[in-house]
Design a protein. Structure first.
Ligand SMILES: Cc1cc2nc3c(=O)[nH]c(=O)nc-3n(C[C@H](O)[C@H](O)[C@H](O)COP(=O)(O)OP(=O)(O)OC[C@H]3O[C@@H](n4cnc5c(N)ncnc54)[C@H](O)[C@@H]3O)c2cc1C
Length: 368
């Protein structure tokens, strides 16, 4: 029988998107999270980089990433209409470029990979580049334009989803879930203040903390490790940049995401298995220094914020949907692309939970 009462552990973009899919289909949702939308979701740059996130050794993700990107326009339109909140879903396109000669060769190799896979990308020469993105450094002599890789404000999206699901009756509980125990007819969930919840189904969307919850089947739920990312936010009153810029600078990656409201998100570092969320001074220094060699106008921007988040990464790199019988669903491993993947993850998870199937389930690793 289709579950009527579902408890969601974790109110990042994955859990909130799931809450949205379920409440809009009449399910009674309780979402438990001590700090909704303040995990990796808060740090994220919001690049919807289906093509630019297809790297050597990770090409098997491409069909999922492309389908995830295709789901975004309708998802964005629906939640903007329902919430009245502007989530800055912006069809900016993305430019891939390199500063040094070897960086350019590296980006050319990546673009050749995209072309070989049939993904949309086009080389832009120096003169066209000066026209379409005049603020880039003169050291950048060519780029690759991925017109279909867009962007969204993950924080605003989370705020919009919270507003919608609260209005539709979802109950938010500001506690941490400690354990989950399947019962003959339902599931018992216990939080950190000893409160218990009896529900029909539990969805775990706890990002990098998924393995810390007691009672999950350790043979079924893959290990998820935190990959720390430090990221900066600046303000550009001139709105100098028109595209998302993903660049290589002396072998290091840096990106700039210019939002329509003038915010520029500049990221990001990547540290394996680091679960502290402090921001190191050297990270700020390196990010600013690298970004400045891509976009010299950076010097005049106002500095707004430095923050860090933990990407929920899995060794295989693939996001997963683990189904422990018909009572527990665990969503995880979204790593660098959880904003891009949230709508499709939620749609597939809701289909599996409510109807036992979804036409796009094969794009995911569904573990049973
Ligand atoms: C610097 C940086 C930049 C990024 N940029 C992008 C990008 O441009 N595009 C993109 O697609 N992705 C990006 N990502 C990745 C993206 O942020 C993540 O993949 C995504 O946010 C994962 O969402 P989530 O809901 O699974 O996790 P989170 O957002 O981390 O949410 C998990 C939630 O679970 C809660 N929780 C944990 N344990 C418990 C518990 N026991 N009980 C109750 N609640 C619990 C936490 O409080 C948290 O709110 C970036 C990540 C970082 C760090």
């Amino acid at each position: 029988m289709s579950p009527r009462r579902v408890l969601i552990v974790g109110g990042g973009l994955v859990g909130l998107s799931c809450a949205y899919e379920l409440v809009t289909r009449g399910v009674t949702v309780t979402l438990v999270d001590p700090a909704p939308a303040l995990g990796a979701t808060r740090a994220a740059a919001g690049m919807l980089g289906a093509v630019s996130e297809t790297h050597f050794g990770e090409t098997d993700h491409a069909p999922l990433l492309l389908s995830a990107a295709a789901a975004w326009p309708a998802f964005a339109a629906a939640i903007v209409a329902a919430s009245g909140i502007d989530i800055a879903f912006h069809a900016s396109g993305t430019l891939l470029c390199g500063v040094t000669q070897s960086d350019r060769v590296e980006m050319d190799r990546l673009a050749a990979l995209h072309l070989n896979l049939g993904l949309e990308t086009r080389e832009v020469n120096r003169s066209e580049l000066r026209t379409i993105e005049p603020s880039l450094s003169a050291r950048i002599t060519r780029a690759h334009l991925v017109s279909s890789d867009h962007q969204v404000d993950g924080r605003a999206t989370a705020a919009a989803l919270q507003a919608i699901v609260r209005r539709l009756g979802a109950c938010f509980v500001p506690q941490s879930v400690i354990s989950i125990a399947p019962q003959p007819s339902g599931v018992t969930v216990t939080d950190n203040v000893g409160h218990t919840y009896e529900v029909d189904h539990v969805v775990v969307a706890a990002g990098s903390k998924v393995n810390s919850i007691e009672g999950l089947n350790r043979d079924l739920v893959p290990k998820v490790r935190p990959v720390k990312g430090e990221i900066l936010r600046l303000f550009d009153p001139q709105r100098s940049l028109r595209h998302v810029i993903r660049a290589m600078v002396a072998g290091r990656s840096v990106y700039l995401v210019p939002r329509p409201n003038g915010e520029v998100v500049l990221g990001a570092t990547s540290f394996e298995n680091s679960d502290d969320e402090t921001v190191r001074a050297v990270a700020v220094f390196e990010l600013l220094s690298d970004a400045r060699s891509v976009f010299p106008g950076l010097d005049e921007l106002s500095f707004m914020e430095a923050s860090a988040g933990l990407r929920p990464a899995r060794d295989s790199g693939n996001p997963f949907i683990a189904r422990d019988g018909d009572r527990i669903t665990v969503l995880g491993g979204h790593n660098r692309n959880g904003i891009l993947l949230s709508p499709i993850t939620a749609a597939v998870a809701a289909g599996l939970i409510l109807e036992g199937a979804h036409p796009q389930a094969d794009l995911f690793e569904v573990l049973t």
